[in-house]
Structures are given as C-alpha cells and as structure tokens.
Design a protein around this ligand. Structure first.
Ligand code: NDP
Length: 317
C-alpha cells in the first residue's frame, strides 16, 4: 500500500498503533513496526530514565521506523524531548496541548511531527503550526477525549474538507472494514489503540486485557467532562465518580476522589475495582488477545476483503 502516510513514515501499511499510557512500551511498538505498521511508545506514563531505556530497547528490537507519543501536559516534557532528540527518534506524535509549543523545535531536529486532535478547529490550528499530519480522533476513542463529542464518522470528512495535510483517523477503529470506511471518509491512515491493548506485547496488566476482550457494547462511558474527559470502563471507581457528580460534587471534590496514579492502578497493576480503565467503544468487538503481528495481518486481510466485497450485488444499484 502506497499513499501519503506510508511515504511520510516509510512504512508498509497505513496502520498506526496509538501511544497509550501504561499499555504501549517498546515491546508493542517494535512488534507493530516489525509487522509493517507504525509502532508508538506512549511516554506519558514513563519517568525520563524509563523513556530513555524504552527507546534504546525499541531500537534494538526493530530497524523499522517507530514513534514516541508525547502528551504535552507531561510534567518533565523538556527531558523527554531531549531524550527523543538524543536517540534520533524519527517521528513524534504530540497530544493534549498546543501544537505550536514544540513543533518548530522538533522539526529543526529533523523529526516528523504529528498532532492528535478531537475537533476541526484544532486540526486547522495544527496545520497552521506546521505539523506533518494530524490524528483526528472521534468520541468513540478510549482514554482522553474531546469535549465536543464529535464522532469519527462526522469528524473525518469535516477535517478532510478543510485540511490539506495527511489525516490519520482514530476512535472506534479496530478492524479492516472500519479502516476502509475511515479511508473512504477522507483519512489517509488509521490509528488503532484498543485492539493493540489486547495484544500479547502490550504492557497492560493481564486483568485489564481480560476486561477488554470481555467488554460489550455500552460498557464504557465518557467521564469527568469538566476536568479531563476520559472514556472509561464502568467499574466501581467510575460509578463512584458518577454518584459524586449526581450529588453535586465540586471540581475539587472530584479531583480528590480521582487522586493520583489511578490509571497506573487500573491498567498496569490490574486493580479492576479502584483503577481507571481507559478503553474505547470498539472493545465490544475485540474478543481475543493476539500477537501484534497477527492483528496487523488480520486488519490488512479484512481491509482487502472489504474492498472486494464492494463489488458484490449489495453495492450495485
Ligand atoms: P496522575 O497525575 O494521576 O499520576 C501520574 C502518573 O504518571 C503516576 O502513575 C506516575 O508514576 C507517572 N509518571 C511518569 N512520569 C512522571 C513524572 N515525571 N512525574 C510524575 N509522575 C510521572 O496522572 P495520570 O495517571 O492520569 O496520567 C499520567 C500521564 O499520562 C500524565 O502525566 C500525562 O503525561 C499522560 N496523559 C496523556 C494524555 C493524552 O495524551 N491525551 C491525557 C492525560 C494524561 P508513579 O505512580 O510510578 O509515580
């Protein structure tokens, strides 16, 4: 497959594995890159020395391009940027912040910069800031999410209508059929998170992987919209937060209830009751934990079959 994204990243398939805190370390990123996609190390949950070690291990595990996801609200971002430059990481996906802040600096070091957005407004701002591509992520996505609740089905064509740089669709995509749909809407590639959480190589706790593959439609919900909107599994912690809102809790009270390190507790330590379990709506379609290479192969195969299926009678009218 050759298009603007495969050429930009020098990869075989336009399939990007999302950078996900506590779930995407070097094992997953290198496995995805080795299978022809673009693997991403999620640096938001890594102390500076951990990221340094993770990048070094990724470079040993693959000769293919890989990226680092850099959430801009990360407290030690300067250190992460220095590490990325030191290791000559070829691609950075920035998220959760202003794309103007670091794009110029990263590009001066020859790094390809992609910014993650959840609205048309920020897609346009990202293009103005000089990024090479945008990830447009719809409401279906797991974890941190936009406030406007724009779904992938609406967001991708809206961004495609007004933005000229390559577009990577995210949110609700876990299959080859969904990949084809997103590309028909105007995307050049897809970014997939939830499906790779349920991979052998993901650093998520086994308990969390088991939750992902047993999730059904309706098991996740967007929470804490007035703080940082985040899509979570409706576990005990989520229900407590919802009850607090119903009882009129203030922002401070919700923040106190949230405390620190909830995401680590849930996704990395496997505390299914008390932790934050960040996953997308598409988890209802994920039934098996597989090696990352099998996931990529299956998505590519289903994508090609979906193209063939469009020649069937159903589409002739
Ligand atoms: P909390 O404030 O609840 O906890 C911070 C967590 O991050 C702890 O578990 C801590 O690990 C870990 N950590 C890693 N590096 C550092 C550091 N330099 N200083 C402090 N803590 C660090 O945050 P969350 O768990 O909700 O989020 C963690 C991170 O995820 C955020 O800092 C942010 O970078 C990222 N994030 C990314 C988003 C995005 O891309 N859209 C959205 C939201 C968050 P330990 O427990 O071992 O101390």
């Amino acid at each position: 497959m050759k298009n603007r994204i495969t050429s930009l990243f020098n990869i075989e398939f336009p399939i990007i594995q999302a950078g996900m805190i506590w779930c995407s370390g070097w094992e997953l990123a290198s496995a995805v890159s080795n299978a022809g996609g673009l693997g991403i190390i999620g640096s938001g949950s890594m102390y500076p020395e951990i990221l340094d070690d993770q990048i070094a291990k990724c470079k040993l595990a693959t000769t293919k391009p890989f990226a680092v996801n850099l959430p801009m609200l990360y407290p030690d971002i300067d250190k992460h940027i220095a590490t990325i430059i030191k290791h000559k990481v070829p691609i950075v996906f920035t998220s959760a912040g202003n794309p103007k802040t670091w794009t110029k600096h990263l590009k001066e070091h020859g790094i390809i910069v992609v910014h993650v957005v959840s609205s048309l407004k920020f897609a346009k701002k990202s293009e103005e800031a000089g990024v090479d591509a945008v990830v447009a992520e719809g409401f279906e996505a797991g974890g941190h999410n936009g406030r406007d609740e724009t779904t992938t089905l609406c967001l991708i064509p809206m961004v495609a209508e007004e933005v000229n740089i390559p577009i990577i669709a995210a949110g609700g995509i876990g299959t080859g059929e969904a990949m084809l749909a997103a590309m028909n809407l105007g995307a050049d590639a897809v970014q997939i998170g939830s499906r790779f959480v349920a991979s052998i190589e993901s650093s998520a706790h086994q308990n969390f992987k088991n939750v992902v593959v047993s999730s059904k439609e309706g098991d996740t919900q967007l929470a804490m919209k007035n703080i940082t909107p985040v899509r979570l599994v409706k576990n005990e912690f989520y229900l407590r937060v919802e009850q607090a809102y119903q009882e009129g809790a203030s922002v401070e009270e919700i923040k106190e209830l949230l405390g620190r390190g909830r995401a680590k507790k849930g996704m990395f330590e496997g505390d299914l009751l008390e932790g934050e379990l960040e996953i997308g709506q598409v988890s209802g379609l994920i039934h098996e934990i597989k090696p990352a290479s099998e996931i990529i192969d299956e998505i590519v195969k289903d994508f090609r079959m979906a193209i063939e299926a469009q020649k069937s009678e159903k589409f002739q009218f």
